[in-house]
Design a protein around this ligand. Structure first.
Ligand code: NDP
Length: 408
């Protein structure tokens, strides 16, 4: 039983807030705080529970965060803002004395580069303070790592080959849109690919390697090898892994737009000077803008995609290794999530849903004392069993296939 503070009021935070509000048995007091308070108020209105508190906070500002924490007294802070805020929120948690959970690892704003080292550097401080930090508790990272932990616990002596496969077979009926924050999404996809093989990282060109993979209830989809953060911790926590890769599907329409965006310089993350009109209409001024942030302002808002979104996502882990009987086995564990069902329950599409639900379950695990372990931990370091059970009852049921052709 405890007090939870959600930071952020985007698609993922909206879903997590709905779910946290449904889990009344563990979350006694809830606050949603973000940069724009009206967005927090709109979430509370949609949930229809006036007891949920809201506040405005700039999560880049540690002093503001600590002042808010002193006022609300959270046991756990769920960081569902952007990866840029991970470290300031972790700093504030340490200064006030509460635990932390997020869904994406830290990225500096001026460099499209993500890795865990910045957050792992907080391990000693969280441990000494007796506080828990749960890193990467969305779907991927998140459920994919818990799927891997579950496979290691119940089905394999040695996981040797791991392929995380993420398919979005939905259609939002827009020419181009991203399913979560466009800035973070485009930074991720335009990076070089990276995978782990025989004890070292292998780099590829951006979206250079791709192949058709068949997804349950969906069929074949062109899937591209990307660098994804959970691989970094999984190959450390499961050292028997010989090769670990991450695959994500993209349609030709999406890729065509992405190519144009890059070619015309709109994916740039450095500042450019621009002659802008003053909002009061009194003239112009030379201002600095980041093209990718400007692009975000004109692209569809991922939170508005849900109403007309059809189809489903399918995300899972395809694993090959030595089973508990000493023989080689394959295993495929996955969840399919319908965009329409997600929208009907929370007003958000499936990608926000598949991230917000695991964040809520992770927070529930913490409140129940099942995932309460001082230090900074990736989700595969906790017991996967109670989390896997909750996935089935909280809207993301999973399925497993044994000794099937993994195509990889
Ligand atoms: P959105 O852009 O929809 O929401 C982000 C929210 O954070 C907005 O409400 C924004 O405020 C708020 N915010 C941004 N900066 C600040 C700040 N300085 N102080 C306070 N609030 C701030 O993003 P999503 O909901 O799509 O994604 C949220 C997170 O989830 C991201 O970190 C993303 O990487 C992660 N994610 C993880 C996935 C996984 O499976 N693990 C999958 C998808 C997303 P405002 O409304 O005012 O702009």
């Amino acid at each position: 039983m405890g007090r939870v503070l959600i930071i952020g009021a985007g698609g993922v935070a909206t879903v997590a807030a709905h779910k946290v509000a449904q889990n009344k048995d563990v979350f006694t007091d809830i606050m949603i705080a973000s940069r724009t308070k009206s967005k927090c108020d709109a979430i509370v209105k949609a949930i229809g529970n006036p007891n949920i508190q809201t506040a405005r906070v700039d999560a880049d500002n540690v002093a503001e965060l600590v002042a808010l924490f002193r006022e609300f007294r959270p046991d756990l802070v769920m960081n569902l803002a952007l990866p840029y805020q991970d470290l300031t929120i972790m700093d504030a948690c340490l200064e006030y004395g509460c635990s932390y959970l997020d869904t994406a690892n830290y990225e500096p704003k001026d460099e499209a580069h993500f890795e865990y080292s910045w957050q792992w550097a907080y391990r000693d401080r969280f441990e000494k303070a007796g506080l828990t930090a749960i890193l990467g508790c969305g779907f991927d990272p998140g459920v994919t790592s818990i799927f891997t932990a579950y496979a290691a616990k119940h089905h394999f002596k040695e996981i040797q080959y791991l392929d995380i496969v993420d398919c979005n077979a939905g259609d939002h009926h827009k020419a181009f849109a991203t399913n979560f924050n466009p800035e973070i999404n485009i930074r991720e996809i335009t990076q070089k690919g990276l995978y782990w093989e025989n004890g070292k990282w292998v780099e590829t060109g951006p979206l250079e390697i791709h192949k058709d993979l068949t997804y349950p209830n969906i069929g074949p989809r062109d899937s591209y090898l990307l660098h994804h953060e959970e691989i970094e911790s999984l190959v450390i926590n499961y050292p028997t892994i010989k090769r670990a890769r991450f695959w994500m599907t993209f349609g030709q329409q999406y890729l065509k737009h992405l190519e144009v965006i890059q070619n015309i310089g709109m994916s740039r993350i450095d500042e450019v000077e621009y002659e802008a009109q003053l909002v009061d209409g009194t003239g112009t001024a030379r201002v600095k803008i980041v093209p990718l942030q400007f692009l975000k302002a004109v692209l569809p808002n991922p939170q508005d995609l849900g109403e007309n979104y059809t189809g489903e996502t399918s995300i899972g882990c395809r694993i090959r290794g030595i089973g508990q009987d000493g023989k080689e086995h394959t295993y495929y564990v996955y969840n399919n999530c319908s965009h329409q069902a997600a929208y009907e329950e929370t007003g958000m599409q499936g990608v926000s849903y598949t991230t917000g639900v695991p964040a809520c379950i992770g927070a529930r695990m913490f409140m129940l004392g099942l995932w309460n372990k001082p230090g900074v931990h990736n989700v595969e370091e906790f017991d996967p069993d109670p989390f896997m059970a909750e996935l089935n009852t909280q809207g993301l049921p999973w399925h497993e296939l044994h000794d099937v052709d993994l195509e990889l």
